[in-house]
Design a protein around this ligand. Structure first.
Ligand SMILES: Cc1ncc(COP(=O)(O)O)c(C=O)c1O
Length: 416
């Protein structure tokens, strides 16, 4: 079934004029959107509304050609020479410096490689070692994405800490009241399921006042929400690059080590790539200076250089403008949902206050999986998280207001 604008055959309870009004508003908002032209930096299939960039970002133009060049020329022709003469060996720190401004970090503090899970392990054990002895607790976001909880459990066992689950909304208060035992805090900047944005500046301050080391997971904020790692004095952070940074499926993650901690950062995975002189091939381990000590083994060059090309999509883009558009998009989508979807059928889980909202809207509904399957079959791609949440991610670089309107209208029709 087509979901082209049709004001006579709507689902939902909107009056007959609502659809055309909202569609007209969407057109005006798109026309006035200073970021609208950025969509041309991406390859998106015709006729699809893509609202799953919080899971897998879209393909930026230029990536396919760059990957082909790396495969055919740098690997196929240059062979081993590309490790030393080309761009390969220094890619993790060079690409880290491309990500740094997107998360509010000065150069030299972000290194790319491995998965988020592996970087979490490095960060958590490294944080426990920075915190020193005498403290017993590792505070972990109780609603966290599962891998963070699993890795935290293992890091705690290795470092002699006890995991204490905490609701991120209560974390600052808990740290103020009982923070003397806290060694390390691990929280998500934006919750993956509900899209709630947590108070990174306030909780970081509370952790430091308590004498704890804080690790932030930026998977659902970097590229959509200003993070301000340096400004807010964050100690360590990790994040993936395949969501709002559009690095591609399984693209390498990153680790942020604040400059003031680098000399003391003791990675639990001291691979040869993190050595001060990797080609000296010495039996003893001397960590490299700076964030480079966060490297482990041979970088995944194909994915890494695809990510580097993908980051061109950010050239000249201001994260504050991205945030402003993200909030406008999610506000407008929520308004459209209220107009098109019958009351009680799909209730927002994502907080309405801007200060508590990431770049996604989650709606709770019955039969969420079936509803999302139907949406996808009608060309609106979001995703579903068990048991009852529909997620719609808004990537301001390539999503427009007409997309938001069409997605809500299509949802309304499914319920109508
Ligand atoms: C908040 C969060 N942390 C960690 C991960 C897992 O990352 P990886 O698969 O790169 O280890 C995800 C994946 O979606 C995530 O959303």
């Amino acid at each position: 079934m087509s979901d082209a604008l049709d004001t006579t055959a709507r689902g939902g309870t909107a009056p007959a004029t609502a659809a055309s009004d909202l569609a007209a508003r969407a057109a005006q908002l798109d026309a006035a959107d200073a970021l609208a032209g950025l969509r041309e930096r991406f390859t998106l299939p015709e006729g699809v509304v893509y609202l799953d960039g919080n899971s897998l970002g879209a393909l930026p133009v230029g990536v396919a050609d760059r990957v082909a060049e790396v495969v055919v020329h740098e690997w196929g022709t240059e062979l081993i020479r590309s490790w030393s003469s080309g761009t390969w060996w220094t890619a993790p720190e060079r690409i880290g410096d491309r990500i740094a401004p997107l998360v509010g970090a000065a150069p030299g503090q972000v290194v790319v490689g491995d998965s988020t899970s592996v970087n979490l392990f490095k960060a958590l054990v490294g944080a426990a070692r920075l915190a020193g002895h005498g403290r017993t607790e590792l505070l972990v976001d109780a609603s966290t994405f599962p891998t963070d909880g699993y890795i935290a459990g293992s890091a705690a066992r290795l470092t002699g800490l006890t995991v204490v689950p905490v609701d991120p909304s209560d974390a600052a208060a808990r740290l103020r009241e009982r923070g003397q035992d806290t060694a390390v805090v691990l929280l998500n900047h934006v919750d993956y399921r509900g899209g709630r944005l947590h108070d990174l500046p306030g909780i970081t301050r509370a952790a430091h006042a308590a004498g704890a080391v804080i690790v932030w997971d930026l998977c659902h904020s970097a590229g959509a929400v200003p993070v301000g790692l340096d400004e807010h004095g964050v100690d360590l952070a990790v994040g993936c690059t395949y969501k709002y940074l559009n690095g591609g499926p399984g693209s390498p993650a990153y680790l942020y080590i604040a400059e003031r901690h680098q000399a003391a950062f003791d990675s639990p995975l001291p691979g040869w790539n993190g050595h001060a002189e990797p080609f000296a091939m010495t039996p003893d381990y001397t960590p490299a200076e700076g964030a480079v000590r966060g490297r482990v083994g041979t970088p995944d060059i194909l994915s890494m250089l695809a990510l580097e090309a993908a980051l061109d999509a950010w050239d000249g883009v201001d994260v504050a403008a991205v945030r402003a558009k993200s909030l406008a998009l999610t506000d407008f989508f929520l308004e459209c949902v209220a107009a098109y979807v019958p009351a009680g059928k799909a209730e927002p889980v994502t907080p309405l206050p801007h200060g508590e909202r990431g770049s996604q809207v989650s709606l709770r509904t019955e039969n969420a999986r079936a509803v999302m399957d139907e949406l996808i079959s009608r060309g609106v791609i979001g995703d579903f998280r068990a048991p009852d949440v529909l997620r719609f991610g808004f990537t301001p670089l390539y999503v427009g207001f007409a997309d938001a309107e069409r997605a809500a209208r299509t949802l309304g029709r499914i319920f109508g």
